[in-house]
Design a protein around this ligand. Structure first.
Ligand SMILES: NC(=O)c1ccc[n+]([C@@H]2O[C@H](COP(=O)([O-])OP(=O)(O)OC[C@H]3O[C@@H](n4cnc5c(N)ncnc54)[C@H](O)[C@@H]3O)[C@@H](O)[C@H]2O)c1
Length: 326
């Protein structure tokens, strides 16, 4: 691993950005974190942290000054409920962030630029059954991405390619699939399903009912945060410029996910299905062939282990808060 670079992590106040910052500092890099907010659950590990609004050109110029490499994670994002009901806001904010960040990186002569894309770039027509085949990178076209969030990610992926071809900026594009773990949002509407179920089950008494959006038969794969950070670091150090999946390829239903969280909590819960709530595509899994071939590595943490750690962390957060309010 090359050492001692001057690195910018945008979105360093968020879930993945915070974990990534800690890893990059531990690897010997000098890290500037940038975000519109500070990390929520613990202080940043970055040597420098700037509160900036990266929708603004001037703030992107400031963030990228004297930087060798950019990890561009900043995005207006959330769980399916948020993404399906805020398309204009999400597309506007993320387009501004990605356009300005790429151009500022070029202007300030950044050498390498990693963009966190998403499994939501994949077409709906390949994800309409719970046993849908794993999604390989070439399946993104012909495009029919998730409306709003997914189309913006796909368009930013292409912009990375244009900047690489036209300006020589070395771009890396990683398509993340459902990342979860401690220090992730677990309430407020922007949390994703593993964190939401951990919270609901931590708050439930034994044999209580918990709400499950949809019919519970929809399927996903879930990847633990440590594997996500490892994959991002390996990709950045590689010479691979095409989009690449980063996720687990173990497909499970939402029902099974709930059962797994309940097992970690040593509780029994009843599922109350809410058909009217957004549930996204019917089935989504990651084809990890390219990841294996290019990086010689795939995620290592079992889902059971990741859920156990995440459940424990969320339960502790809730207990600490309850104790403070007594
Ligand atoms: N977590 C996942 O499962 C997942 C899946 C696919 C893709 N991604 C992508 O990975 C990246 C990181 O996701 P995350 O889960 O850590 O989300 P997150 O919401 O925890 O982090 C995103 C951060 O971006 C910041 N941000 C938003 N608008 C900003 C602005 N105008 N200026 C500066 N900062 C701004 C937010 O404050 C937040 O801290 C995002 O690009 C997301 O789209 C995540």
């Amino acid at each position: 691993m090359a050492q001692g670079k001057r690195v910018l992590v945008t979105g360093a106040g968020g879930f993945i950005g915070h974990h990534l910052t800690r890893r990059l500092v531990a690897d010997g890099h000098w890290v500037r974190g940038a975000d519109i907010k500070y990390p929520e659950y613990e202080s940043t590990h970055a040597q420098s942290f700037e509160v900036l609004d990266l929708r603004r050109w001037s703030d992107c110029l400031q963030a990228t000054r004297e930087i060798d490499e950019v990890y561009n994670l900043a995005a207006n994002t959330g769980g399916i409920g948020f993404i399906e009901t805020n398309k204009a806001e999400i597309t506007r904010d993320n387009s501004l962030i990605n356009l300005h960040m790429l151009e500022a990186a070029r202007f300030n002569e950044v050498r390498r630029f990693l963009f966190t894309s998403s499994a939501s770039v994949y077409p709906g027509y390949r994800q309409d059954t719970p046993d849908a085949a794993p999604l390989a990178e070439e399946h993104a076209y012909p495009a029919d991405a998730e409306d709003g969030y997914g189309w913006e990610k796909l368009s930013a992926e292409r912009l990375c390619r244009h900047y690489a071809e036209d300006y020589g900026l070395e771009t890396r594009v990683v398509r993340l699939h459902n990342i979860f773990g401690p220090l992730g949002t677990f309430e407020g509407g922007c949390e994703k399903s593993p964190a939401a179920f951990c919270r609901k089950i931590a708050m439930a008494a034994d044999n209580d009912s918990i709400e499950v959006w949809g019919d519970g038969k929809q399927t996903r794969s879930y990847c633990y945060i440590d594997d996500c950070v490892e994959g991002i670091c390996r990709l950045m150090r590689s010479d691979y410029g095409e989009p690449i999946n980063l996720g687990q390829d173990r497909l499970i239903s939402v029902d099974e996910l709930v059962d797994m969280v309940a097992a970690a909590a040593e509780k029994s819960v009843k599922k109350e299905y809410v058909a009217s709530k957004p549930q996204g595509v019917r089935g989504r899994n990651s084809d990890n062939s390219r990841l294996r071939n290019v990086l010689g590595w795939v995620p290592q943490t079992s889902l059971e282990r990741g859920i156990e750690i995440t459940y424990r962390w969320i339960r502790e957060q809730l207990e600490t808060r309850d104790a403070a309010s007594e």
